[in-house]
Design a protein around this ligand. Structure first.
Ligand code: ADP
Ligand code: MG
Length: 162
C-alpha cells in the first residue's frame, strides 16, 4: 500500500509527518529517501509534533548521527548522509527501534532494512512541489493513515500511485 500525495510547502510536508507521527508505535522504523533539500528533516519535524514533542528542537543530526527527542514514545532521528555504507551496520540502529521509534534520513543507505519499515520517498518536482510516496505496512492503524493521505491530496496534484 503506497499512497502518494503532492505537497506545495514545507508546512504541508510537516503535516504529512504529523499524520505518521500520530500513528507510530515503539518498534516502528521510518526510512526517509530523497535528495538533499527534499524535505526529509521537515517530515521529521512533523513526526515530532505528531508525537507530542517540540518541533523547534529538530535539525538534521549530521554530526551527532543520532538525536533523541522527548516524545510520547522516544523518537530516535538518524541521518546517514555523511556515513560510508560500510559504517552503517555498526551503528546499532535496529536496537534503538526496540525502545522507541526510529526515523532515518537517507534510509536507503541502511543495509539491513527492517522488512516492515515505513518508507517515505520524497521527490522534488520543482519549486516548492514535492511528491511524497509513503509505503505503509498492510494493517491497521496504517489503513487509516493511508486514507488520510489520499483524502488530503490537494486539487490539481498528481493522482495516488495506488
Ligand atoms: P532534507 O532534510 O531532505 O535535506 P530539509 O527538510 O532540511 O531537506 O529542507 C527542505 C527545504 O526545502 C527547506 O528549505 C524547505 O523550506 C524547502 N521546501 C520547499 N518546498 C517544500 C515542500 N513542499 N516540502 C518540504 N520542504 C520544502
Ligand atoms: Mg535533512
Amino acid at each position: 500500500m503506497t499512497p502518494a500525495r503532492t505537497t506545495n510547502s514545507e508546512r504541508e510536508t510537516e503535516d504529512v509527518g504529523i499524520v505518521v507521527g500520530r500513528c507510530v508505535q515503539a518498534g516502528d522504523v521510518v526510512l526517509l529517501i530523497g535528495d538533499l533539500g527534499a524535505g526529509k528533516t521537515a517530515f521529521v519535524r512533523g513526526m515530532v509534533l505528531g508525537m507530542g514533542g517540540e518541533a523547534a528542537v529538530v535539525s538534521s543530526p549530521t554530526f551527532a548521527i543520532v538525536q533523541q527527542y522527548a516524545t510520547r514514545v522516544p523518537l530516535f532521528h538518524a541521518d546517514l548522509y555523511r556515513l560510508e555504507a560500510r559504517e552503517v551496520p555498526d551503528l546499532g540502529l535496529e536496537e534503538l527501534a526496540e525502545s522507541g521509534v526510529l526515523v532515518v534520513e537517507w534510509g536507503d543507505r541502511m543495509q539491513a532494512r527492517p522488512r516492515d519499515a515505513i518508507e517515505v520517498r520524497i521527490t522534488d518536482m520543482g519549486g516548492d512541489r514535492r511528491e511524497l510516496a509513503v509505503r505503509l505496512p498492510d494493517h491497521t492503524p496504517w489503513n487509516e493513515v493511508a486514507d488520510s493521505l489520499r483524502a488530503s491530496i490537494p486539487p490539481g496534484s498528481s493522482a495516488p500511485l495506488s
